[in-house]
Ligand binder design. Structure first.
Ligand code: TGC
Ligand code: FAD
Length: 394
């Protein structure tokens, strides 16, 4: 591991990890240094998701890594899974997004709500990266409030017909399968919103790239159209039951983001410290100036708090006691922390900070999406306000 990123670990969080967690982290760290960082700048500037890395993510067990081995997954604990997200986002939020969507938003719902046949059919393929998935919840007029969605799934004699539009869908144009959430109306005693596995070559399904993004450029973000898409009964995720099912998926993905944001902040602080020691202005390195030391001290303090928060959340998840509200707190706090850290690092770098060959501005731009997706910062404020007061302010 000579030359690998060491990272700033001021409170010896490393000492709180077990051997398997540390080995997983080191393996992904090395892969990010050797394989991702050399290509990410170019992919970002070319506005393309680097599909060539997908088989490697699969081979190294990074997709759906906390799901069980019986479906071909790595069966890691949630702290190790979080460390994978941390290291991937240290590379780029778009790459962590790919892994989050594939693992937490596609494989997890198949695992949690799918039939045995769906699990056996899809999980090994999604784990290896042979198949790619996307998650269609958001609609043009229903972002923060998915309960209002107007995409429908109408029952037919031997299946369902889906109609609607899904917006801002990560992996949308390159997916083989889309997890689509749709209003079914009442079917027996089952609540209206349910999940469907829609293969993207089904007639009536189309995806279109979202143009004009200034954030998350190394990520596929698309709009999905479903025009009389006919699927069989086997496409329904049979155990999905109302809005609670997609919200359960969001809890898994938000958990990964709480860790991922730590990785982005680590990359920015590391870059800022190195630059501060090297860049000379007036009579010495800018790292020797008090203003820059205050800036770095603030970044270090926030990052250390974020590292400890993510680890404690992971231990709660592994104990089985983690609540969605605790996830909201960590997603909200750590993404905010990473946004601040990336912005301050970019500023410390002066003019060089706007260049793509430095990572801070790429992270800063990416993190604006992370701040918005998976529940905006505001929505998580309201979730926490409700947890404290019992009053809903949505
Ligand atoms: P509400 O009445 O609060 O809840 C309905 C039922 O669901 C339960 N629940 C949850 N369960 C698990 N995890 C959660 N996070 C949950 N939140 C709520 C709740 O207990 C209730 O259960 P029950 O048994 O009583 O029926 O529902 P609401 O309609 O009032 O909505 C609440 C609100 C606003 C918090 C929710 O709609 C929300 O979280 N909105 C934000 C939407 C969002 O985050 N969308 C993300 C789309 S996916 C995405 O962005 C992917 S980006 C991926 C990437 O590239 O990395
Ligand atoms: P809106 O809900 O319109 O919110 C606009 C503003 O109003 C925000 O500031 C918000 O905080 C605020 N606001 C909303 N409600 C309230 C309220 N009650 N009180 C106070 N303020 C409020 N979705 C998917 O389903 N799958 C994906 O794979 C996916 N990937 C994404 C990738 C990217 C790059 C992005 C940017 C988004 C992605 N999303 C995805 C969508 C994402 O989840 C939504 O953008 C997000 O939930 C917010 O919805 P909105 O953009 O419609 O904003």
């Amino acid at each position: 591991m000579a030359g690998a990123f060491q990272g700033i670990d001021f409170y010896d969080v490393d000492g709180l990890l077990d051997d398997e967690e540390r080995m997983t982290r080191d393996m992904v760290r090395e892969w990010v240094d050797d394989r991702l960082l050399p290509i990410i700048e170019e992919a970002y500037v070319e506005r393309r998701f680097p599909t060539e890395i997908v088989p490697e993510l699969g081979t190294l067990g990074m997709l759906g890594a906390n799901l069980p081995e019986e479906y071909g997954c790595a069966g890691l604990n949630n702290v190790a899974y979080g460390l994978i997200m941390q290291e991937l986002e240290r590379g780029d939020s778009g790459i962590r997004s790919f892994a989050s969507v594939q693992g937490a938003l596609v494989m997890y719902p198949i695992y949690a709500f799918g039939s045995e046949a769906q699990k056996r059919d899809w999980l090994p393929r999604l784990q290896s990266g042979d198949a790619i998935g996307c998650f269609g919840l958001t609609e043009p007029d229903y972002g923060s409030n998915p309960a209002g969605m107007i995409t429908t799934a109408q029952k037919t004699a031997d299946g369902w017909v889906l109609n609607g539009t899904k917006m801002w869908i990560t992996n949308g144009s390159m997916a083989d399968v889309a997890v689509i959430w749709a209003q079914t109306g009442e079917v027996g005693d089952v609540p209206g919103i349910r999940g469907f596995l829609v293969e993207t070559d089904t007639p009536g399904f189309s995806a279109r790239d979202q143009k004009g993004k200034l954030s998350l450029l190394a990520s596929d973000t698309s709009e999905l159209h479903l025009a009389d898409v006919e699927v069989g009964d086997a496409a329904l995720l049979p155990e999905s039951r109302g809005l609670k099912s997609p919200l359960m998926c969001l809890t898994q993905a938000r958990y990964g983001i709480a860790w991922g944001a730590v990785g982005a902040a680590m990359a920015c602080l590391d870059e800022a410290v190195r630059y501060a020691k090297e860049r000379k202005m007036f009579d010495g390195p800018i790292g020797g100036k008090q203003i820059q030391q205050v800036r770095l001290a603030d970044m270090l303090t926030q990052l250390t708090q974020g590292q400890l928060l993510a680890l404690r959340l992971g231990r709660l998840k592994d104990e089985g006691t983690m609540t969605p509200q605790q996830v909201s707190l960590a997603k909200r706090a750590n993404v905010d922390m990473a946004c601040d850290t990336a912005r301050e690092a970019r500023r410390l770098l002066g003019a060089n900070g706007i260049l793509v060959e430095y990572a801070s501005m790429r992270h800063m731009a990416n993190l604006e999406s992370v701040y918005t997706y998976e529940g905006t910062h505001d929505i998580h404020s309201l979730i926490l306000g409700q947890a404290l007061t019992g009053l809903s302010a949505f």
